[in-house]
Design a protein around this ligand. Structure first.
Ligand code: NAD
Length: 473
């Protein structure tokens, strides 16, 4: 609960769930079971700081649903971490996995720290100790619960987790699958780092390809030329901005902690990132205008707004002032239920977090499958495909008497690498999920928004799975 919303984050998720449940025909008992958090593990453990003092850490791991195993969800390092937040994020993971047909139950973890205030040595001992606490209670493992990066964590922390797990479970052949988002050298998959941002791009692009939806919003079809604002230049925000820019959109605004910048001609996220690294601030980026209050960026006149930082940033306070036609929720829970009501009233299309930012978990699924199969994607078929393509091409050239350019030859012959297959699997997943949700939305005029349609999709899939398990006769 905060002054911006009368509901806690978990209550907001439940509220959205209830709103959607009305459009399903499932028994109330099934709906209650789907909503409930199955296991909540709250832990306290000490770590020794570099100056010799002892500090007690507050940490959580929540397994929201066991309807499919393992559970899956990121680990967050943030000052704001609390039980309610972790429960809400775990619940969103259940719904997210269901929507994108990834066979996991939802989970989430968090440690209440600001990682910027700890040395890398301290962060390593916190992460390793957290992992051993999870092992002790059987809350981690390739078939039990598989964490991943989230706000404030990345490849480095995932490498510490897999190393700690492996040393505590010697001989476990599938140990690398205990966590995803690892560096490639530690069993990670190529394409994971950019996956969430790329998934956001694919999801928004699919919506922008729908003529009827674009007509209603008063926008032209396609992503090209769209004016985009991104809040948060971390992993998700950076890559979302990158893929929009590379595909012809203009990123006219970028917001970070310390402020925001605006340039109608478009910003290059990598240049801004380097500028911030050099100067310690996003502000004063050459050619751009400073907005000293970072939330002002959310209110810029634009076609697509991408909140990619934290939850509750668009709320009853500022929702009326949002000028974007489309909001793509890259972060988890950036818009409150009160803001949703305003969007419905104003005709703003909000593409919901629970499926739009599913790129991370989708590629995590591919990483987990790679770990269990112990073979890199593309290893078995790449050469075969290239040899086959070369033969087909030479036959066509012989029969037609014409030959293709060297550039075309390379393109046609290319056999898929790991990253090609991962991107292709992600694209397919996001397109399918977008179409399924839109179908549900269009099939019932009383469904008020895309978030509700996404929840209906998730509820139907999880409930079907319970029913098929025979848990509910
Ligand atoms: P990150 O830590 O890499 O980046 C977050 C960025 O947001 C940081 O640069 C931070 O300084 C900035 N920020 C924080 N508060 C801000 C504010 N008030 N205004 C502007 N900028 C602010 O985290 P991330 O992995 O990019 O995650 C961002 C969001 O996306 C979170 O909500 C997370 O749960 C969600 N998400 C992440 C993934 C993933 O794969 N990393 C997957 C799904 C969802």
């Amino acid at each position: 609960m905060s002054e911006l919303s009368p509901y806690s984050f978990f209550q907001s998720v439940e509220k959205s769930f209830d709103k959607a449940a009305r459009f399903t025909t499932w028994d109330i008992g099934i709906l209650e079971q789907i909503k409930a958090c199955n296991s909540v593990y709250r832990m306290r453990f000490p770590i020794k700081r570099d100056d010799g003092t002892i500090e007690v850490m507050e940490a959580y791991r929540v397994q929201h649903s066991h309807h499919k195993l393992p559970c899956k969800g990121g680990i967050r390092f943030s000052d704001e971490v609390n039980q309610d937040e972790v429960m809400a994020l775990a619940a969103l993971m259940t719904y997210k996995c269901a929507i994108v047909n990834v066979p996991f139950g939802g989970g989430k973890g968090g440690i209440k720290i600001n990682p910027k205030k700890y040395s890398s040595y301290e962060l390593e001992s916190i992460t390793r100790r957290y992992t051993s606490e999870l092992v002790k209670k059987n809350f981690i493992g390739p078939g039990i619960d598989v964490p991943a990066p989230d706000y404030g964590t990345g490849e480095r922390e995932m490498a510490w987790i897999v190393d700690t797990y492996t040393s505590l479970k010697p001989g476990e052949i599938d140990a690398a699958g205990c966590v995803t988002g690892k560096p490639v050298s530690q069993g990670g998959v190529r394409g994971r780092k950019e996956a969430t941002g790329l998934g956001v791009y694919y999801g928004v692009r699919e919506v922008c390809q729908m003529p009827d939806v674009m007509e209603k919003l008063g926008l032209t079809v396609g992503v090209e030329g769209k004016r985009v604002v991104v809040q948060g230049l971390g992993n998700v925000g950076y890559h979302t901005a990158k893929f929009f820019r590379e595909n012809g959109a203009k990123v006219i605004g970028l917001a970070e902690f310390e402020g925001a910048i605006f340039n109608e001609e478009g910003l290059n996220e990598e240049d801004v990132f380097q500028h911030r690294k050099r100067t310690g601030s996003i502000l004063n980026f050459p050619g751009s205008t400073n907005l000293t209050v970072n939330t002002d960026a959310l209110e810029l006149d634009c076609d697509i707004l991408i909140p990619a930082a934290l939850e509750n940033v668009i709320n009853i306070d500022n929702a009326q002032r949002i000028k974007a036609k489309i909001i793509g929720e890259a972060a988890n829970g950036p818009c409150t239920p009160e803001a949703d009501e305003v969007f419905i009233h104003k005709g703003i299309l909000c593409i919901p977090d629970m499926y739009l930012n599913a790129g991370g978990v989708t590629v995590s699924y591919f990483e987990w499958l790679k770990n269990l199969s112990h073979v890199r994607y593309g290893r078995m078929e790449k050469r075969f495909t290239e040899n086959m393509n070369a033969r087909i091409l030479s036959q066509i050239e012989e029969l037609s008497g014409k030959s293709v350019s060297d550039k075309e030859r390379l393109f046609i012959m290319h056999g898929a690498d790991e990253v090609d297959l991962v991107h292709s699997g992600l694209e397919e997943t996001m397109i399918t999920a977008t179409r399924e949700i839109m179908e549900i939305w269009k099939s019932n005029v009383n469904i008020p928004d895309m978030r509700t349609a996404a929840y209906v999709s998730a509820i139907n899939k999880v409930a079907t799975s319970y029913a098929e398990l025979g848990i509910f006769p």
